[in-house]
Design a protein around this ligand. Structure first.
Ligand SMILES: CC(C)(COP(=O)(O)OP(=O)(O)OC[C@H]1O[C@@H](n2cnc3c(N)ncnc32)[C@H](O)[C@@H]1OP(=O)(O)O)[C@@H](O)C(=O)NCCC(=O)NCCS
Length: 170
């Protein structure tokens, strides 16, 4: 619990630069169990994994303190979230970001936002940029699922209506 203020300060600094969505302290308490932190003399990095839908989660609020960037901390935080998704039997994790190159290095692939279930857009209503979202969307698909399907198949299985789509078979 003692980390909440520092998490908020870290995220707010990047939100002020337009790199992240601002998060209220209240929403951090609501969703604190989604967060992991990198702690070295205090919180230096943070990342959240939010379950969105059947077999789908989102990476949110990823940030590494400026002076600590470029040391692999961001990658470690994201990989920990992907491991957690795996342990929850969630094989797809998406992100909306301005740092697409960073996520591509971690085996995320580009996806058309419109392919994601409509439910994920509920948070966007609170975004100052809504409805002119200029973030890129990418998705990570677990190796297990990737091996069992052809990539084209995977994208076809998103159901745009927002009905749990991801495990439907043709
Ligand atoms: C994006 C961010 C989390 C990356 O954290 P980091 O700890 O500096 O990244 P890492 O050191 O783990 O980088 C891992 C790899 O990604 C690369 N990388 C980092 N940022 C990158 C970017 N914006 N574009 C392309 N590649 C990037 C690194 O060079 C490194 O490559 P390597 O494995 O070949 O050496 C950090 O820059 C940050 O907090 N940015 C501000 C907030 C933000 O934009 N968050 C993303 C919201 S979705």
């Amino acid at each position: 619990m003692g980390d909440v203020r520092r998490i908020h300060t870290l995220l707010q600094g990047f939100a002020d630069q337009g790199l992240l969505l601002p998060r209220s302290i209240s929403s951090l308490y609501d969703q604190l169990r989604d967060f992991i932190v990198y702690d070295e003399d205090g919180v230096q990095g943070v990342c959240a994994l939010r379950i969105s839908w059947d077999n789908l989660a989102e990476i949110r609020s990823l940030a590494v303190a400026g002076k600590m960037q470029g040391q692999g901390i961001g990658a470690r935080l994201v990989r920990s979230c992907l491991d957690e998704a795996d342990s929850l039997e969630i094989s797809r994790v998406f992100v909306l970001t301005y740092q697409a190159g960073f996520f591509r290095k971690l085996d995320f692939v580009d996806i058309d936002k419109r392919e994601l279930p409509h439910k994920i857009w509920s948070d966007c209503l609170h975004c100052p940029k809504f409805p002119d979202c200029d973030e890129e969307s990418l998705i990570w698909i677990s190796r297990k699922e990737n091996n069992s399907r052809k990539k084209d198949d995977i994208f076809e299985k998103f159901d745009k209506s927002g009905i749990p789509p991801l495990l439907l078979e043709r």
